[in-house]
Design a protein around this ligand. Structure first.
Ligand code: HEM
Length: 469
């Protein structure tokens, strides 16, 4: 027996090795943990023994396993509901492993070199949040549904850090959930977020919708090997697993984005039209995929059972739409569907920054132009083939996806696409009439309203590794 990597698994009926893996895997990897209130603490280790002792104590006293998290979700669903415990997660950088004197480090070469060395057209690191200029050795995530319980757990972690020898906090970042009037989680541009995810547990997959005709147009079922890898420094790497954790702070200039949405609507339709924003994102604000219909109104559940096979010309959802660029669902034209699916990652992002306006009020003048954004976080088993492939080969690539001969080039992803400089941002495709391939046209790209403010690659090791330190 060995840990199942080539399919999803049932956690309730897990085979013995899978059960051992779940007992030692950190939460939030194979299933999102509630983190409405979140703090990330970025740490530096100055003393090997003190840092090891800190990690060991933290893991023994405050960290739960993926299995405990799944049990807590069940208890919360029971009557009366039993509240879960806060999420405490730990990730280490390659420099962190080196500081701890551990030589059997996770093998991903991009993890080894770190995000600053990557070729993603990111802004110069001198413009990132200042603490990224220090060596970062570890990150601790503390999250929960309620602020009070998050703050209590945060204070406990900080006390432990302060009483540990040779561990210091070099930076911290708060995350805060944002919601629309229906209580759904949204990102700062006002769009329902976090809907489409690869799912790794059969219990989650069973809850997914089929089409109204009962057909499965999108299969959310992904193999565990797409999100977990053996933890090489754990006592038993055959059953102790971890995951690569990508962190990027992405500031959103909401006012600029809304102005650009309006200008795009003017260019295409000569009037304000919500469909322009849907063409930029690929979904309307309420989550309705623009490839399915030309107006919003599909609210609950937000559909995810769709693909682009009935939209081969990009006349409904532009080829450049953010969700089409980042998950072409088999229609990218360079690889088969299986190959494309391997690039997807488990996104666990969280919004940050406080809003005083209503994100969906249709106004522009009251929208923030800084200090709010997305803490993009994602779990990968292969950073190069998942996060970096998505950002570099898809979002930043004006020639992706492949379009029919004679059609306008897609341009970069209007939400996250980055060129070496903004002046090189190529034109994008647009349409003056939804569903009509003859109405496709080339139009100036929307200006970039997302600015990367720093990030790093971490490995979230098994609890067995941390507890054996
Ligand atoms: C501030 C930055 C970003 C914003 C505002 C944003 C917004 C959104 C929204 C509104 C959705 C639709 C909701 C859903 O299907 O879950 C979405 C989906 C998605 N985003 Fe982003 N996103 C951002 C950054 C990123 C980054 C950095 C990546 C990867 C490099 C990414 C990859 C994806 C993927 C893979 C999907 C799911 C597409 C699908 O399966 O249909 N996003 N994003």
């Amino acid at each position: 027996m060995s840990v199942t990597l080539n399919t999803s698994i049932s956690w309730k009926n897990a085979a013995p090795d899978d059960a051992t893996m779940l007992d030692s895997l950190q939460p939030n990897i194979i299933k999102a943990h509630v983190r409405e209130f979140l703090t990330l603490l970025f740490l530096q280790f100055d003393d090997q023994a003190g840092s090891k002792s800190f990690l060991k104590t933290l893991s023994n006293s405050m960290m739960k396993s993926a299995k405990q998290h799944l049990d807590e979700i069940e208890a919360f669903k029971s009557t009366p509901p039993v509240a879960g415990t806060p999420y405490v997660g730990v990730g280490l950088t390659k420099k962190g492993y080196d500081k701890l004197g551990i030589t059997q480090t996770p093998g991903d070469s991009l993890f080894g070199s770190g995000m600053q060395m990557s070729e993603l057209n990111d802004p110069d690191a001198s413009t990132w949040d200042p603490y990224f200029g220090d060596d970062i050795h570890a990150v601790v995530l503390i999250g929960d549904m309620l602020n009070e319980t998050k703050v209590a757990a945060h204070d406990q972690v900080v006390n432990l850090i302060n009483s540990s020898y040779g561990v210091k906090i070099v930076g911290s970042q708060d995350g805060l959930g944002l919601h629309n009037n229906n209580g759904q989680g949204i990102e700062h541009f006002g769009y329902v977020d976090g809907r489409s995810q690869p799912l790794f547990l059969t219990e989650d997959i069973e809850g997914e919708e089929n089409g109204t005709d009962g057909t499965a147009n999108w299969n959310p079922d992904f193999p565990l090997g797409q999100v977990i890898v053996a933890d090489p420094a754990a006592p038993d790497p055959t059953v102790h697993f971890g995951s690569y954790f990508v962190y990027r702070k992405l500031e959103q200039n909401v006012r600029l984005f809304k102005e650009e949405e309006e200008k795009l609507a003017d260019r295409l339709f000569g009037a304000e039209n919500e469909i322009a924003g849907a063409m930029v994102v690929g979904r309307f604000e309420d989550g309705t995929p623009v490839t399915m219909q030309f107006e919003d109104g599909v609210e609950s559940p937000v559909p995810n059972n769709f693909n682009y096979f009935s939209d081969k010309n990009g006349a409904k959802c532009p080829f450049s739409g953010h969700i089409r660029k980042t998950n072409p669902r088999g229609s990218g034209g360079f690889e088969d569907q299986d190959g494309e699916r391997k690039h997807l990652m488990a996104r666990r992002g969280q919004t940050y920054g406080v809003r005083t306006d209503n994100p969906n009020d249709g106004r522009i003048d009251n929208k923030p132009d800084k200090n709010v954004g997305l803490l993009f976080m994602a779990f990968n088993s292969d950073i190069g083939n998942q996060f970096e492939f998505t950002q570099k080969n898809w979002a930043n690539n004006p020639g992706f996806p492949r379009v029919p001969a004679g059609f306008p080039s897609p341009g970069v992803d209007p939400v996250i696409g980055q060129m070496p400089s903004d002046s090189q941002r190529p034109d994008m495709e647009g349409t003056t009439e939804w569903g009509n391939p003859a109405a496709l046209m080339t139009t100036p790209a929307v200006q970039r309203a997302v600015t990367m403010k720093g990030g790093e690659y971490f490995f979230m090791p098994s609890l067995a590794f941390l507890r054996a330190l």
